[in-house]
Each structure stands twice: as structure tokens, then as C-alpha cells.
Design a protein around this ligand. Sequence first.
Ligand SMILES: [Zn+2]
Ligand SMILES: [Zn+2]
Length: 279
Amino acid sequence: MLKNLPVKSIVHKGLTIEGYSRAAVQTYWRIAEMKLGFDLGAHPWDFMGTPTWFISHTHLDHVAALPVYVARRRMMKMDPPRIYVPSVAVEGIQRLLQAFSRLDRGRLPCELIPVEPGDEFELSRELVVTAVRTRHTLPSLGFIVWERRRKLRPEFHGLPGEKIRDLRLAGTEVTHEVRLPRVAYLGDSAPQWLDDNPDLYEAEVLIMEMTFVAPGHRREKIHKLGHIHLDDIVARRDRFHNELVIAAHLSTRYSGRQVQRYVNRVLPDHLDGRLKLWM
Ligand SMILES: [Zn+2]
Ligand SMILES: [Zn+2]
């Protein structure tokens, strides 16, 4: 396998979360089992087979490789990808693709789907994605991937199997849909996005940015830039019910050792071991 970019990975309950993210450098994530990815700041060669992507916002470190990805899929004779983008960005991306198509002398076929906060997309019978507004310096989205299951309605609990089958055959709706938030993702955002969307605290896996960690970096200023500081996580520590919290998008001004040191100082238990620093 061709290794053109750094990728870290972790497996959680049957989901392989792969990616890499540093502020102003590049951000890309994918979950192969769900056949989807988030952000195209750069594109590892072997992420090409994943056909569906969600773009959080159009800062270059989150979108620069969009034409590259589309071109690779065409070159490898794969179906055109489906890319969900903030609706304000659709026209600009179309123009960009047209320009690259002329420069590269090749078609760039893809389906661009405009997304507004609150939108919901059915990816398959099992998976639904919802979009939430995040707080950044330009229109920006977060995404929650829900797994849908059919569960027996409570009023039928305890009934024998044949009875339930008869009811179903007679046209009674014996099950109802239950949704489980499996993965939540945000690109860049000030911390209010968490408080605005409490579902994010309940997702099994939360992939979030934590751009700043040093105590000297003032929080008010960071929030104005639309980013999160380690102290924002500490202030909300009891609200995270996630099984896994991946903190990424760290500023390049910190080395890995520095990040570890700052986190160990204020969050020595790393949220009971659930917090993973992604560097
Ligand atoms: Zn960014
Ligand atoms: Zn950004």
C-alpha cells in the first residue's frame, strides 16, 4: 500500500477510526466500515475507496484535496463520489472543479450535496447522518452518524413470539425505530457548539478539535477565532458521556510532548482514559 500521508487509527466497537488533523496543515478522517469520511484537507491514497465524504467547512486545511480525490476515483474507474458540503460552498466548489478540469484536462465527476444545519441524510437502512451548526469564522458544520435499529414496542414486551408474528401479519406496527449516535465529528468550532448540541456528548465516539492547550493562550481570543482550548474540555468534563473522545487539530506551535504535559497537568486521568490525544 502506498503511504503518502500520516494516518493514525483506533478500533472501537467494530469501527476503525483513521485520520490525522493538525490546524492549518491538514485534516482527514474516515470510518471504512461506515463507508464514509470527514474532510478532505489532504487525501491518503488508500482512502480513495471510501465513496462518501462530509466537508465541515471550506478552510483549505479541510478541503484542499477535494479535486485530487475526485480525480483519483475517476482515474481508477470508480463511481463518482458523493460529497456533502455546506450549502454556501457548493457554487464555489463547482467553479473550482471546472477550473481544475480545464487545467488538468480531465473530467472531475462527483455529486455535490448542499447541507444546512439540521439536515438529515439517509445513507443506508442502518445509517443516518445529521448536520449541526458549529461556531467558526465561516459557515461550518458538525455531523452525527446514527445507527438505526428496529426494536419491539414496549407494549408488546413479554408476548410470545407467535403472538407478535400474528400481530405483525395482521398489519400492526410491532417495532419502532431506535437511533444510536455512533460517531460525532466537528471540524473547527468554538466550544459553544457542544452546549448547543447535547447529542454530541452522547455519541459513542466524539472526534473533536482541541487546537490550543497552553495556559498562556487566552480563551476569549481563541473562542473568537472559532476554536477550542483544553480548558474548555476541563470545564465540561462531567458532560462527556462518550466512550471515546478523540482530541485533534492541535496547533503546530506545540510538540507532542508539550501537549501531553499540559493535558497531564489539568486532566491527569484523561477523562478516565477515554480521551485520546491525536498527534
Ligand atoms: Zn482547521
Ligand atoms: Zn477552520
